[in-house]
Design a protein around this ligand. Structure first.
Ligand code: NCD
Length: 307
């Protein structure tokens, strides 16, 4: 992966994914044992977040610091020359003169590809609008493997806004590289997964069902991946209000679930997982947050050729 960009999960085959997970596990071990991982000493990561972020930005920045590197960052368009009319390629061609790797989140689908094509240094997509969020999918999969071991035969429910949720899009792409997982796609009719992902699952002979009823799937699944209704992607407030609060996971519903099911969420949550669920040992969403650090350490080290 030396010198590579990470734009979409499409570019990863099973061997690449396994490699990332293997290095992430080493990073986890090192961080947990207090070992000094100085692999990226004197390297600089430019962190450009033109959309809101808490976990993705902090974990990327913490990852770079933990690897002994340092971070230059900007958030929002206001304080960047983009607000003066500079194009994205010009911004990227400027920033690469000061940094060794660029991480960017941007509201437009396809912006990650444009930026990656403009950059001579490695570029990592931290979310491009409703497109993809490849590093999140890798940390989600790391979490699933860590919690469940073998993924063959797992039934995975993906619930909520499957239309606009970029974490879902990347996770589906990732998981179709592996055999034997089944998907239960639960969403209101308006927020079904886009046709291209349905085609992809069919092409890869992935077993899946689509439903708008949680009760159809809750008792069977091994992994329950909840997502937020992506309010900011709706053109009309009224359309958002129609689907707001459509699924809420609480202790009552969880009584129907398997005892060893895991509950995941990329976060932030709004109202789709009741706070009472946090105390349930099946809740893994804050562990996902931590795993993001290890996976992003692995990715930075791999593209900068130090792992
Ligand atoms: C997600 C995102 O930004 O796509 N958050 C994240 O990166 N952990 C999910 C979301 O915003 O709902």
């Amino acid at each position: 992966m030396i010198g590579k960009d990470i734009v979409s999960l499409e570019q990863f085959d099973k061997a690449d994914i396994d490699k990332v997970l293997e290095v992430a596990a080493k990073m986890e071990k090192a961080v947990r044992s207090g070992e000094n991982v100085n692999l990226l000493h004197r390297n600089i990561m430019a962190s450009l977040f033109f959309e809101p972020s808490t976990r993705t930005r902090f974990s990327f920045e913490a990852a770079m610091e933990r690897l002994g590197g340092s971070v230059l960052s900007t958030t929002g368009f206001t304080f960047s020359s983009i607000s003066k009319g500079e194009t994205l390629p010009d911004t990227i061609k400027t920033i690469e003169r000061y940094a060794d790797v660029i991480v960017m989140r941007h509201p437009e689908v396809g912006s990650a590809k444009i930026a990656a094509d403009s950059a001579k240094i490695p570029f990592l997509n931290a979310g491009d609008g409703v497109g993809e969020h490849p590093t999140q999918a890798l940390l989600d999969f790391y979490t699933i493997k860590k919690e469940k071991g073998n993924t063959h035969g797992l039934k995975i429910a993906m619930v909520g806004d499957l239309k606009n949720g970029r974490t879902i899009h990347s996770l589906v792409k990732l998981m179709t590289a592996y055999d034997g997982m089944e998907f239960c796609l639960v969403s209101p009719k308006e927020l079904k997964i886009p046709a291209e992902y349905v085609e992809l699952m069919k092409k890869n002979n992935v077993k899946f069902v689509e439903t708008d009823n949680l009760d159809d799937v809750i008792a069977e699944c091994d992994v329950f991946y909840m997502t937020r209704i992506q309010k900011e992607r709706f053109a009309k407030e009224a359309d958002y209000k129609k689907v707001k609060g459509c699924f809420v996971l609480d202790n009552e519903i969880l009584k129907k679930a398997k005892k060893d099911m895991i509950i995941m969420h990329p976060l932030p949550r709004v109202d789709e997982i009741a706070v009472e669920v946090d105390a349930d040992p099946r809740a893994k969403y804050f562990d996902q947050v931590e795993n993001g650090l290890y996976v992003r350490m692995a990715l930075l080290a791999l593209v900068l050729k130090k792992a």
